[in-house]
Design a protein around this ligand. Structure first.
Ligand code: 13P
Length: 350
């Protein structure tokens, strides 16, 4: 089966390429700027995104970028719209469509539902006219072993919203990135075994709802979290355990027709996220995983660049080198050919 959307979805996960998540809301972008003393202004957010998107060889590593509403309407510093900047580098502009999370009514405390479905078809039309080719919606699943969350009610409500969003995107001409994130950062204290079990429940709910609402798997990209222990669990898993557990869940829950899987980084360290992706690909090849496995990182791609840039024009070159390096390392990891030597710059070719 082929269609224009299926072709876009396949191109988003083309060999050696991944997706840059740069869709931080104004509030989140400001929160990242504050500790570095960067002024929290529209101009600085534009300058920051301009630094990222004009990185040399951008399109060789990034098949697309997830943008926030402010950015998809902005011009870069040279006067061209960011949409044109990306398109001229063969990178698809994408758009964050959810409007954030709210407490889920009548559920347990800490359970959240992602909002943004009202009027969504109209917003999709507008973003398609602005040049968007794909979209993202993030559902957030919190684990608390003491209070017994997530409940099935929370998993079902979030899976249903993801499927409604995905169907509206496909009907309106956008490839949906379906992102159910099982949180492992912040206060997350679950063991890797619990994370494994919750990922399995979550993905079963998500694919049940996608199927029920007629979402075409060939025209979507899944953006899952990896199966890792919670950051406050006090335990650490080996790279091979993370890859093994994550792939086991994906093989159980994700239909082979899905165009590709692009992971979020979820608070992992820069190199840690790369090492996990590499191992997932090495193991995926052995097990015959049917989908491309790549990256759609936010923090693990941007962290080094942002802390190098610090809002100062004279740091633009160094900051672009920093994101270029992470892009190159994750590109290698998406092919299963990354190594610690590559990280140190000892192996340069892809
Ligand atoms: P992180 O890689 O920083 O988790 O962000 C990815 C993302 O798009 C979250 O919605």
């Amino acid at each position: 089966m082929s269609s224009e959307l299926a072709a876009v979805a396949r191109a988003m996960v083309a060999p050696g390429k991944g997706i840059l998540a740069a869709d931080e809301s104004t509030g989140t972008a400001n929160k990242r700027f504050t500790p570095l003393g960067i002024p929290e202004t529209e101009e600085m957010r534009r300058n920051y995104r301009d630094m990222l998107f004009t990185m040399p060889e951008f399109g060789s590593y990034f098949s697309g970028v997830i943008l926030y509403d402010e950015t998809i309407r902005q011009n870069g510093r040279a006067g061209k719209s960011f949409v044109d900047v990306l398109q001229s580098d063969a990178s698809f502009p994408g758009i964050k469509l959810d409007t954030g999370v709210q407490p889920l009514a009548l559920a347990k405390p800490e359970e959240k539902i992602t909002e943004g479905l009202d009027g969504l078809a109209k917003r999709v039309d507008e973003y398609v006219k602005l040049g968007a080719k794909f979209a993202k919606w993030r559902a957030v699943i919190t684990i608390d072993e003491k209070t017994g969350i997530p409940t099935d009610a929370c998993l079902h409500a979030n899976a249903h919203a993801l499927a409604r969003y995905a169907a509206i995107c496909q009907a309106g001409g956008l490839v949906p990135i379906v992102e159910p994130e099982v949180l492992s950062d912040g206060n997350a204290a679950q063991s890797i075994e619990t994370s494994f079990a919750v990922h399995e429940r979550t993905l079963h709910h998500v694919f049940n709802e996608l199927h029920r609402l007629n979402v075409k798997y060939e025209e979507m990209v899944l953006k899952p979290s990896m199966v890792v222990p919670g950051q406050k669990s006090g335990s650490k898993a080996s790279v091979s355990e993370v890859a093994e557990r994550t792939l086991t869940i994906l093989m159980r829950c994700v239909p082979a027709a899905v165009a590709g899987i692009a992971f979020l980084s979820g608070g992992q360290g820069d190199e840690e996220a790369t090492a996990h992706l590499n191992e997932l690909n090495v193991l995926g090849k052995k097990l015959g995983a049917p989908w491309p496995l790549t990256f759609s990182y936010g923090r693990a791609l941007q962290h080094a660049a942002l802390t190098t840039w610090k809002g100062d024009d004279k740091n633009v070159d160094a900051a672009q080198k920093a994101i270029h390096h992470r892009a190159q390392m994750n590109s290698l990891a998406s092919l299963g050919t990354w190594s610690a030597d590559a990280e140190k710059g000892l192996v340069l070719s892809r």
